[in-house]
Write a protein that binds this ligand. Structure first.
Ligand code: GLN
Length: 300
């Protein structure tokens, strides 16, 4: 069987089993089997696959048809033009989260910020995309999951930012050693009842998706932590799920009556990102407690 024929077979199998983007996915699986680039795949279309390669491809297609996402099969996913290592301990980065990165970049550049924290960093895609585009910034990335932070560590090394991103294990803001200018977070926001729909074959970590009964349990907790640590930040940028904008904006309005709130739609028109700007002049003195250490800092 030639590469071209193998691609055709793989594509048909995936399409017949209702896998969207069957062309793209079959290409990725074939390239992963042969360890070749996209260009090589098209240049060598008439090359014959060895029996071992055919068997390898069949095995990958079988895994895909069992519901395993292609990104976990190959161990890679592209996000913001960068390649990230992923495994089942982390959420597979979604294209809509690029909006979160764009919004954070815009604010960081316009307002000349110096520190950012990515809360619930997972594979580190958001923190690393920011670090590579904001070379002057100090970046913290926290996660409650030890194996997720291991994946983030590998990605930091892969992208040469291990010395610029400080990875911290712990519950949301708790491990942060200092106030930051901007907090960005793609927390789990899927409603418990819809978890099975999003993660039908159960391959993705439910820790990374499950947002409790109304999907907002984690977002609510982060907002409350920000509220509890008055003055910890100027900007809070959250990714949210479809239909959650009204609940999240009213939560923010209640917790931060003086904050400026903005909601942004993704490319599919879904309200996807909520950003909160806190008044700088209400942050004249920060009281930020870290365990036994209490730091008071004057700003602005
Ligand atoms: N966007 C993901 C989905 O709907 C969920 C990501 C998240 O919970 N942060 O599949």
């Amino acid at each position: 069987m030639t590469l071209k024929q193998a691609l055709g077979h793989a594509r048909r199998f995936l399409a017949e089993n209702n896998i969207e983007d069957s062309l793209l996915e079959s290409e990725i699986l074939l390239r992963h089997t042969l360890k070749i680039s996209r260009v090589q795949l098209y240049l060598d279309r008439d090359r014959e696959l060895s029996p071992k390669q055919e068997k390898g491809l069949r095995h990958l297609i079988k895994r895909r048809l069992s519901g395993e996402p292609t990104a976990y099969i190959t161990g890679h996913r592209e996000f913001y033009g960068l390649d990230f290592y992923v495994n089942h301990h982390v959420l597979i980065p979604r294209p809509e989260s690029e909006l979160l990165v764009e919004q954070a970049l815009k604010l960081a550049q316009n307002d000349n910020l110096s520190t950012i924290a990515d809360i619930g960093t997972g594979c580190g895609a958001i923190a690393i995309s920011l670090a590579l585009n904001l070379p002057q910034l100090r970046i913290y990335a926290t996660d409650i999951s030890t194996p997720a932070l291991e994946v983030a560590r590998l990605n930091c090394q892969k992208h040469g930012v291990a010395d610029r991103i400080c990875l911290l294990e712990g519950d949301m803001l708790t491990p942060l050693p200092e106030p930051v200018d901007l907090i960005v977070a793609n927390l789990p926001y899927v409603r418990e009842a819809e978890l099975a729909k999003v993660n039908s074959a159960g391959f993705e970590s439910s820790l990374a998706l499950n947002g409790g009964r109304d999907g907002l349990a984690k977002i609510r907790r982060l907002c409350q932590q920000v509220r509890g640590k008055t003055g910890i930040t100027t900007y809070l940028i959250l990714e949210i799920g479809q239909g959650q904008a009204a609940a999240v904006t009213s939560l923010l309005r209640r917790l931060f009556p003086d904050g400026k709130i903005e909601v942004m739609p993704d490319l599919g028109g879904v309200e996807r990102v909520v950003s909160l700007q806190l008044e700088k002049n209400t942050r004249l003195l920060l009281n930020y407690s870290l365990g036994l250490v209490s730091v008071s800092r004057a700003i602005d």
